[in-house]
Design a protein around this ligand. Structure first.
Ligand SMILES: Cc1ncc(COP(=O)(O)O)c(C=O)c1O
Length: 357
């Protein structure tokens, strides 16, 4: 059997969820969209269900997958519905629903629904992605109430730059949010992972942690609370071939690496078809036989090469950690000029093995 696999530590996941709760004192929706950032939405939700206040997903397809697996906790649709004909299903399954645009508000007004909805009314407080314009916010709230189709409204917005700890943008967004919701008596939800970890002064009845649940920091720099996160996913495989090469020999596609000296090279069963980033350059850290080493040359579809020259104890069959508890996904992301979010979401083909259920 091909030795590539992703080990998912559900105990670490619960630790990270509890950290989000502990540092905010708020209710927390665990963000499990995109298959729980590649960790497996159903298994992640099952592992958290006993304690989680609810879950958040990107669309009704993801929400239905949770319900089909028996998850009964609240599930928020972060982009609401894409077409009005999803509304009956939203009602049937008790999903909570973001309203970010006036067309969604109109669709709710025109729908005939068997039960009233729980709506999270989203304000565009400065990110300019989705969310109602501040001038429309009060009126939208009043129209939802007047529609008779809504049981509860939570006021929400989303930060664009909370991962930049010395940037004033988040404070400015809070000010826009506070001004827009003046006079409205309702719970609020603002904080994603960087805001949970790095912006203690932002008040939010509900927080929406995503990346921190999976143990990766949203910051590009050291941060005290982020240092308490525990990595959840370990992507590992084994050395399937060892080569001794003299100086001056090319390694891999495009001869992107030429041995500068006699070297021992390990070939690992892991490639970009598994989600390992093809753009990770020579020098990207790996762990082999418990020792730090580095990637060499171009990543292929199913294999990649690593340096065993200074790891004599490593050989055929040695375990390789591509990311996990020692080689952080953040380190691989930095090397490959991406973010841990994408590193995790790209995972595919490898079986996921769960522990700590
Ligand atoms: C509206 C909303 N809330 C919360 C999150 C979770 O963000 P993070 O993974 O940075 O915690 C996301 C993710 O993109 C989101 O879109």
């Amino acid at each position: 059997m091909r030795p590539a696999r992703a080990l998912i530590d559900l105990q670490a996941l619960r630790h990270n969820y509890q950290l989000a709760r502990e540092v905010t004192g708020a209710k927390a929706l665990a963000v499990v969209k995109a298959d729980a950032y590649g960790h497996g939405a159903v298994r992640v939700a099952q592992a958290l269900e006993a304690e989680a206040d609810g879950f958040a997903v990107a669309c009704i397809e993801e929400a239905l997958e949770l319900r089909a697996a028996g998850i009964r906790a609240p599930v928020l649709l972060l982009e609401g519905f894409f077409e009005a004909d999803e509304l009956p299903l939203i009602v049937e399954h008790d999903f909570w629903c973001v309203v970010h645009s006036l067309w969604q508000l109109e669709a709710i007004e025109q729908a005939s629904l068997l039960k009233p909805l729980t709506i999270w009314l989203k304000l565009d407080s400065g990110m300019h992605r989705v969310g109602l314009h501040p001038k429309d916010y009060h009126e939208a709230y009043q129209r939802l109430l007047a529609s008779g189709k809504v049981a509860k409204i939570v006021l929400m917005s989303h930060f664009a730059r909370a991962d930049e700890l010395d940037c004033v943008s988040s404070d400015e967004q809070v000010a826009v949010f506070d001004a827009a919701r003046q006079g409205l008596v309702a719970e609020v939800s603002l904080r994603n992972s960087p805001s949970v970890l790095g912006w203690p002064s932002v008040s939010s009845d509900w927080v929406r942690p995503g990346i921190m649940l999976y143990g990766a920091t949203p910051f590009g720099e050291e941060q005290a609370l982020a240092a308490r996160l525990q990595p959840v996913m370990t992507l590992e495989s084994k050395v399937i071939c060892v080569r001794e090469l003299p100086a001056g020999e090319p390694v891999g596609y495009g001869a992107r690496f030429i041995t500068p000296k006699p070297m021992r090279i390990g070939v690992v069963a892991m490639g970009y078809a598994d989600g390992y980033p093809r753009h990770a350059p020579t020098g990207t850290p790996v762990l082999v036989a418990g020792q730090r080493s580095q990637l060499l040359g171009r990543v292929s579809m199913d294999m990649l090469c690593i340096d065993l020259t200074d790891v004599p104890e490593a050989g055929l069959g040695s375990t390789v950690e591509l990311w996990g508890k020692t080689i952080l996904a953040n380190d691989v992301a930095v090397a490959a000029e991406t973010i841990p979010y994408q590193i995790f979401c790209n995972l595919r083909r490898v079986p996921r093995l769960y522990s700590g259920a």
